[in-house]
Design a protein around this ligand. Sequence first.
Ligand SMILES: Cc1cc2nc3c(=O)[nH]c(=O)nc-3n(C[C@H](O)[C@H](O)[C@H](O)COP(=O)(O)OP(=O)(O)OC[C@H]3O[C@@H](n4cnc5c(N)ncnc54)[C@H](O)[C@@H]3O)c2cc1C
Length: 469
Amino acid sequence: MTSTFHPIDPAALERLHAILGEEGLRTDEPARQRYGRDETEDLHFPPQAVALPATPDQVAAVMRLASELRLAVTPRGAGTGLSGGALPVAGGICLSVERLDKIRWIDRRDLSCEAEAGVITGHLQRQVEEQGLFYPPDPASGDTCLLAGNLAEDSAGPHSCKYGTTRRYVLSLEAVLPSGELIRTGARTRKDATGYNLTQLLVGSEGTLAIITAATLRLLPKPATTLVLVIPFPALDAAAAAVEEIFLAGFDPATCELMEAEALRAVGEVMVLPPGLVDQEAMLLVELDGEVADELLERAAAIADLVESLGAGEPLVAQDAAEQRRLWEVRSKIGEAVKHRSVYKEADTVVPRKALADLVRAARRAAADHGLTAICYGHAGDGNLHVNLLRGELPLEEWASRRDAAEEQLFRAVIDLGGTLSGEHGIGWSQKQLLPLAIDPPTLALMRQVKKAFDPLGILNPGKIFPDS
Ligand SMILES: Cc1cc2nc3c(=O)[nH]c(=O)nc-3n(C[C@H](O)[C@H](O)[C@H](O)COP(=O)(O)OP(=O)(O)OC[C@H]3O[C@@H](n4cnc5c(N)ncnc54)[C@H](O)[C@@H]3O)c2cc1C
């Protein structure tokens, strides 16, 4: 693959240096090592150079040079991705937008804002909250990941079951094409029927079509109050079945998260679990939001009654903000806790919500058939379950072959259930060989043509999304 790109020779480095200055270009070994990884398994592909532009114009100038010299460029946010999208698999330049970190404006009256791609998602959320506003997309990595990665992956998080994923909030994008031209898609308006919707094409395009430098985002008024309910279940599939009932009954929770016993045990190894969460087979964490606290208490009681008939135990109810944070911490720590246990591969499965219990059974079967341990948890309200397959003590080759076989079996079952390959982490590098399971040949051919229209030289994020032929 690298043979189609030119290496960065000293003359090219000099030109990059002239564009980016001392602060904006790194070729030292620690930087190459650091920017050669993301949070996907234990993969590592060091780039030749790390570009850290501070303005959209610098991004454009780097891309003009890369186009002229046929250099591979891999866009990067904070490197928290879980499908290897930011790995510079073809070497070349890793272009991180982390220094494009300005919130350009927040317009309270218009419920919108414009922020550069390098803004940390949690920072934007806190800034808009200070004005009584709400930016709902909330990946569990929110205090480290950047809007850049959220936009490129169409990231979601617990709140997406009520509020939708990142794309629902994007009105307009500023981006740099592989040729180096700066474009502006969409408009600031709530409605826009003007030409092709390139904004929504770029959202979720995983850094393969253009480099996003800024976004205009829709905001909401912040709900006045929230309540968290943690409900224990005697079995994982009983908890999964309860999810369907909660939505069918019209409760419209802001979040509905599922955790199985093994996930809770793993978290118990990195923090002290609140007493009610010890030794439970499965849990649902349900958050309700609204304007009146008493109404939330009534809804919580009604949910508790409903799920009791499905075998649920007595729920923990938290109205107080500190107590809610303590319960959320358990959920947020699962990824870190699993990683602490073992190298793992995360399958970002997603099915229609009504098939969640079948998905849980299929995940268990796929892991058991190949002698692996699986830990399941995730955004049950979206039918989106993260199935973590653990390497444990297996030698590398055996792990790789068992993992791949289990994963393929699992995704075949997911597709039979009406689901698909990724709910929120993207295809990137690590899922691309499975893409033909979900996308038929003519559709895949059309996607390749779209890629070619944006990036005729194939220099932007090469080796991603499309399976090797
Ligand atoms: C502990 C943990 C919890 C997580 N929880 C969630 C969760 O709840 N929900 C969820 O959806 N994800 C979650 N993730 C995954 C990850 O955080 C998200 O995918 C996030 O959006 C990645 O953002 P990033 O800035 O780190 O992007 P990176 O990892 O740097 O990049 C991700 C992709 O975006 C592309 N990209 C980066 N910058 C640009 C740009 N400026 N223009 C175009 N393309 C670009 C890259 O090329 C790559 O393909 C979690 C990850 C971790 C480690």
